[in-house]
Ligand binder design. Structure first.
Ligand code: AMP
Ligand code: MG
Length: 415
């Protein structure tokens, strides 16, 4: 733990955050909402798939022996006993000299061992003619050829994909134990803010961070709980934080975390008895980032500048949410890239600068170049970036050809 005011490094801050959160307790969830969630236990198949032997084609269920002598000049003619659509069961067996017209997915009738596709037959007046001997068992899907009862379907820790949801549905596991989505309260603060649909008055701006942060929360697989904008008063901040704690697993406040006269987040959290884990990180953007534990509720205090908000969500909140949702891989790929262009800190500041860049692969290397101006409030360069380049604390500038660590923020976590 650090004391208020001492600056934490980026990696130390991340470690403190991750050490402070645990996976949410497992909960049974219906398949409908489970895409991307992490299984909290290993699942074994209670059933066999397919549950019965069935036809893989529209055609005729036959006995291969009946058709062994079929030839183009000497077709075998079978009596067609009935029609068997998918969803029905044959009322009688296929006897020697007979066939049943069968649709894809219908259970293979007793006596039959083979399906001859309709394209390979001609028919009239209740009979079907077959002009080539089929292979025994052709176009038949055997019961259990996909999954067997008692077989392990999916291991604990598996991240549910569409195919996994389909498998679970096919064996009747309509509810599965998962780590639930984290509910994340998002509070934007500031007397200058108005809604996107409003016309700002003198000195006012629109609240863009509520959109970026809620969007990120959804993209991270969490459930955002957006709060009404919080005015810059102690009372309003206290009320909003208290409500947030009741309605979410994690709280993110935005703005009001610096040392301005109207920055109340820190003071209110202290009054509420929240434990400060750190405040201020040696980074830019997002230097005033703070993190508290309020009882069991993690609270991120994120500065209001638009890019600071997004970068802190990406670098700290996302890994925390992933840990809480049971993921094993918490962090985006970190690669060494080759810098292209020019970057210079305005002064040596001992901070890691997270530079918005475009990353591309070139001859097996990742090449990154700044995606635009780097002011903490310039969202358009965030829009155009797909990676963050980490200019080291001790560096002052980067020039073309320099190596730099890069976080690929559009690629899935690999560590
Ligand atoms: P603060 O961290 O409250 O000192 O705010 C830093 C800067 O970010 C100020 O210029 C604010 O106007 C701006 N800002 C704060 N909150 C938001 C928001 N929700 N949307 C857009 N800009 C914001
Ligand atoms: Mg503010």
């Amino acid at each position: 733990m650090t004391t208020s005011g001492t600056m934490t490094t980026c990696s130390e801050a991340l470690r403190l955050v991750l050490d402070s959160v645990d996976p949410l307790p497992a909960r049974k969830t219906s398949l409908e909402g489970a895409l991307g969630l992490v299984l909290a236990g290993t699942l074994v198949s209670p059933e066999t798939v397919p549950p019965f032997t069935n036809s893989a084609m529209d055609g005729y269920a036959v006995r291969a022996d009946d058709c062994a002598a079929a030839a183009p000049g000497a077709p075998v003619s079978l009596e067609v006993l009935s029609d068997l659509p998918a969803g029905s069961v044959a009322l009688h067996d296929v006897r020697p000299g007979t066939a049943i017209r069968i649709m894809t997915g219908a259970p293979l009738p007793g006596g039959a061992d083979t399906v001859v596709p309709v394209e390979a037959t001609t028919s009239d007046a209740g009979r079907v003619r077959i002009t080539a001997p089929p292979k025994r068992g052709a176009n038949v899907r055997k019961a259990g050829e996909d999954l067997r009862e008692g077989e392990e379907l999916l291991p604990k820790g598996f991240v549910l994909t569409p195919a996994a949801l389909g498998i679970l549905a096919s064996v009747g596991l309509a509810e599965v134990p998962v780590h639930p989505r984290v509910r994340i309260a998002i509070l934007t603060t500031g007397d200058e803010l108005v809604a996107a649909a409003e016309k700002p008055g003198p000195g006012q701006i629109r609240d863009s961070n509520i959109q970026t942060m809620c969007g990120q929360a959804v993209a991270f697989g969490a459930v955002p709980v957006p709060f009404p904008r919080v005015p810059d008063t102690r009372e309003a901040v206290t009320l909003a934080l208290t409500k947030a704690r009741e309605s979410a697993d994690v709280i993110v406040t935005n703005g009001g975390i610096s040392v301005g006269d109207y920055d109340f987040i820190k003071a209110v959290l202290a009054d509420c008895g929240a434990r400060e884990v750190f405040w201020k990180v040696r980074q830019k953007p997002g230097g005033p980032l703070g993190f508290w534990l309020w009882g069991g509720t993690p609270v991120f205090g994120i500065p209001g500048n638009t890019v600071a908000a997004m970068v802190c969500m990406e670098e700290y909140v996302r890994p925390a949410l992933r840990k809480m949702m049971g993921h094993a891989r918490l962090l985006r790929p970190e690669v060494t890239g080759i810098f292209e262009g020019e970057f210079r800190k305005s002064a040596p500041d001992g901070k890691v600068h997270l530079v918005r860049v475009r990353a591309r692969r070139e001859n097996g290397k990742v090449v990154v170049s700044p995606s635009g101006p780097q002011g903490s409030g310039i969202l358009s360069s965030m829009l155009r970036s797909n990676a963050l380049a980490l200019v080291p604390a001790e560096a002052v500038a980067l020039k073309s050809g320099d190596e730099v660590l890069v976080h690929l923020i559009e690629e899935p976590e690999d560590r």
